[in-house]
Design a protein around this ligand. Structure first.
Ligand SMILES: Nc1ncnc2c1ncn2[C@@H]1O[C@H](COP(=O)(O)OP(=O)(O)OP(=O)(O)O)[C@@H](O)[C@H]1O
Ligand SMILES: O=P(O)(O)OC[C@H]1O[C@H](OP(=O)(O)OP(=O)(O)O)[C@H](O)[C@@H]1O
Ligand SMILES: O=C(O)c1cccnc1
Length: 482
């Protein structure tokens, strides 16, 4: 795997993080310990859950966090920052703690995906990059997971690099799509850097390059006899594309005893064309030939094609996945949840809003997921204050934090803490899973969700409840701030 040259992204911050940092420094807040939570408020595409991703790039960023001489000179040139602050920035490193929900976990609105405990300036400075990486990759992993679920076990390849909004969007976008369940990518560098299996078929240019379609197919089969997927729609799919593909398979692959091959459809009515093509291939004895399709696909089109009875083995999905076109923003925010006083007592903080859904959950918290012991299914998530213990040996009564009279008793369950320590005292303590492990973990965890939570339209709302103690603290702060 290519050794990734780690880019120093320290200056990829919003300018106010530096002006506030300078202000904290001048006002003696430099070492004030703060707690920030990353959380989102609604699932894209009105889905029932999201898939969190992007943590690995956050770790790389934090480990490489420092200001270069050029950065300091640039900041000095802005004539806004005190010399003492600039001197402090020269030796700036992240010294705090970060807790996060591992990549590939299904997550729900209001849950702390990442919690940062650090001196104010440090915690504030990392806001933008932290949100950027978690928002981008969670968006793509969530979209990819929808598309993969729509394909019901058929292969889905990510084809979107050429339409991605920038290089990073293509490269780590392919990584996120793989976490979400795609089987591979067309993006070569994502394979080299992260091990996302890269592969693909051929472009129309290959077919156009030769004097005839047949010659193009035959030549390709000769060069790649074990890996020939022929693009059959350049001229006329059923009149020339499929017959020429069959002829090339017969003449090149058959004598070699190869039965594995494929065709790709990229335009027209994919149900009709795939069914006709399937029949022609089967009649010619090419029953192992796989049919791939591509052309502005998304989860709804794929679902629709399968309902219509299309005969498709593989979907290539580009622009609508890599840009998450239907809802291209994963709106995680970074909010102060607590500070520490001089004695190290944790003081919870709240952000009030007229919109009930936007009121923050204060305090340094723990997040648990409850699974039924008999079913293995996720029942509810439960947030507590950091010093509470959950006893999963007996029954427990949960209540809806916005409609407290609505209660539910959970029994015969196990509780799993979702956040794990990533950095402690500035040092990475997290053993990074491989990309394969993340993808497999994602698959297993999505399997723990009930189908009602997974459906695309009007999914069942999964419970994310607060402990009585945490709820009371939130209510007390709300009352005090009114
Ligand atoms: N059976 C089908 N049901 C629903 N949508 C389909 C079906 N077949 C194809 N589509 C979708 O219809 C859209 C238009 O496809 P179509 O091939 O007609 O137009 P096009 O992309 O402009 O073709 P061309 O590449 O030849 O210009 C694509 O998003 C495609 O995925
Ligand atoms: O539609 P998407 O979901 O984004 O899938 C990727 C598209 O990119 C390619 O087309 P393009 O016309 O760019 O090149 P080609 O000549 O290889 O078809 C491919 O044939 C797909 O149609
Ligand atoms: O390999 C392919 O078929 C491919 C790659 C990128 C975009 N469209 C198709």
């Amino acid at each position: 795997m290519k050794t990734e040259e780690k880019l120093n992204m320290t200056m990829l911050c919003d300018f106010y993080e530096l002006t506030m940092g300078n202000g904290y420094f001048k006002n003696g807040y430099k070492d004030r310990i703060t707690y920030f939570d990353v959380f989102f408020r609604s699932v894209p595409d009105k889905g029932g859950f999201a898939i969190v991703a992007g943590l690995e790039q956050l770790i790389d960023y934090i480990e490489n966090l420092h200001f270069t001489k050029e950065d300091i000179e640039y900041l000095r040139g802005r004539k806004l920052f005190d010399e003492d602050f600039l001197t402090y920035l020269e030796n700036f490193r992240f010294t705090g703690d970060i807790y996060a929900i591992p990549e590939g976990t299904p997550v729900f609105p209001r849950e702390p995906l990442v919690t940062v405990r650090a001196p104010a300036i440090e915690a504030q400075l990392i806001e933008t990059f932290t949100l950027l990486t978690i928002n981008h990759q969670s968006l793509i992993a969530t979209k990819a997971n929808r598309i993969v679920r729509a394909a019901r076990g058929r292969t889905v390849l990510e084809f979107g690099s050429r339409r991605a909004q920038g290089a990073d969007a293509a490269i780590v976008g392919a990584r996120a799509a793989y976490i979400g369940g795609c089987h591979g990518t067309a993006c070569t560098i994502s394979d080299e850097m992260y091990g996302v299996p890269a592969g693909g078929t051929m472009a129309h240019a290959w077919v156009q390059m030769f004097d005839s379609e047949y010659e193009a197919f035959k030549t390709y089969c000769e060069i790649y006899p074990t890996n020939a997927t022929l693009l059959v729609d350049t001229y006329n799919t059923l009149k020339s594309g499929v017959p020429n593909a069959i002829r090339a398979f017969n003449e090149v692959l058959k004598p070699l005893g190869i039965t594995k091959c494929g065709i790709r459809l990229d335009s027209g009515d994919m149900t009709y064309l795939s069914r006709q093509a399937r029949k022609m291939l089967d009649d010619a004895g090419w029953t192992d030939c796989k049919i791939s399709v591509s052309n502005s696909l998304d989860e709804y089109l794929i679902q629709d094609l399968l309902i219509q009875g299309a005969e498709i083995d593989m979907f290539g999905v580009g622009e609508r996945m890599i840009t998450a076109r239907s809802e291209p923003v994963f709106g995680s925010v970074y909010k102060l949840a607590a500070v520490e006083d001089e004695e190290g007592n944790i003081i919870p903080k709240i952000k009030v809003s007229e919109n009930v859904g936007k009121i923050t959950v204060p305090h340094f918290k723990k997040l648990y997921r409850f699974y039924g012991r008999d079913t293995g299914k996720a029942i509810a998530d439960y947030m507590t204050v950091y010093d509470e213990q959950v006893d999963d040996t007996g029954d427990m009564e949960l209540f809806d934090p916005e409609a407290t009279w609505k209660t539910k008793t959970v029994y015969n369950f196990t509780a799993r803490e979702l956040q794990v320590p990533i950095f402690l005292g500035g040092k990475c303590v997290y053993e990074r899973p491989s990309l394969e492990q993340i993808r497999e973990y994602c698959r297993q965890q999505v399997d723990t969700l009930w189908d009602e939570v997974k459906r695309f339209d009007y999914p069942h709302k999964y419970y994310v409840d607060l402990s009585r103690k945490l709820w009371q603290i939130q209510q007390d702060l709300l009352r005090a701030k009114r």
